[in-house]
Design a protein around this ligand. Sequence first.
Ligand SMILES: NC(=O)c1ccc[n+]([C@@H]2O[C@H](COP(=O)([O-])OP(=O)(O)OC[C@H]3O[C@@H](n4cnc5c(N)ncnc54)[C@H](OP(=O)(O)O)[C@@H]3O)[C@@H](O)[C@H]2O)c1
Length: 217
Amino acid sequence: MRIFSNLAISLDGKIATRSKKLVLLGTQEDHKEMQRLRKQADSILIGASTLRSFKKPNLVFGTKKQPINAILSSQLEGISPRWPFFQEPNLKRVLFVHPKTPVNRLKRFEKSSELIILRPPAPKRSAAIQIAQWFDSQGTKNLLIEGGGGVMWDFTQARLIQEYHVTLTPQLIGGALAPSLVDGAGFLPKHILKLKLKQYRVTQDEIFLIYVPAQNP
Ligand SMILES: NC(=O)c1ccc[n+]([C@@H]2O[C@H](COP(=O)([O-])OP(=O)(O)OC[C@H]3O[C@@H](n4cnc5c(N)ncnc54)[C@H](OP(=O)(O)O)[C@@H]3O)[C@@H](O)[C@H]2O)c1
């Protein structure tokens, strides 16, 4: 299975401001690129904070066949089944959650979504590894990770992302608490993930970059 990511960043590597409110960093060109990549995906995964800011499904425009829309959350806190994400007809939704999620909360999502209870994480059984195995077992060939930084960390740490698509946008956001391309605990020097530039394209003030891991992950 191919796992690839696509996010837009500011020049200082941020994907949103510290308020975590939805801001579209890219131009129309970036939105077109996002659609182009979504068309390649059978499944799209985002983190719960991204859903909390966007609340809508991640759709491919101009087609009936939509990728599976999946969310990773520890306990579905602050997520409402009334949001547009859960109302879109003919969309397969999957929620990956931890075993401690209260049963009455799970029940609120039963009708709209498939609920996958992850096993407690262990060194070779991180959430990302379990999620990748699940998608693989379902026949997903192309899994697109659309962020944010929390989910990106899980997949990056497990060396599961084969292509990092990044749109570098001409703005500075700043702020130690603003989410960035990859957050989480971060690597120590000897584990830093080295990448190779596979492709780039400059469009006015934006640069579309594709990086791949320097060694096989
Ligand atoms: N510029 C872009 O291209 C782009 C792309 C995506 C998102 N964004 C923005 O980025 C912000 C959100 O990014 P973020 O980094 O804060 O969050 P995120 O990665 O979207 O979500 C983080 C959340 O995901 C869940 N999660 C992550 N790893 C988990 C694990 N191992 N087990 C269980 N749950 C796990 C947790 O959910 P719970 O809190 O429910 O436990 C965690 O709080 C939003 O403002 C969004 O609009 C921008």
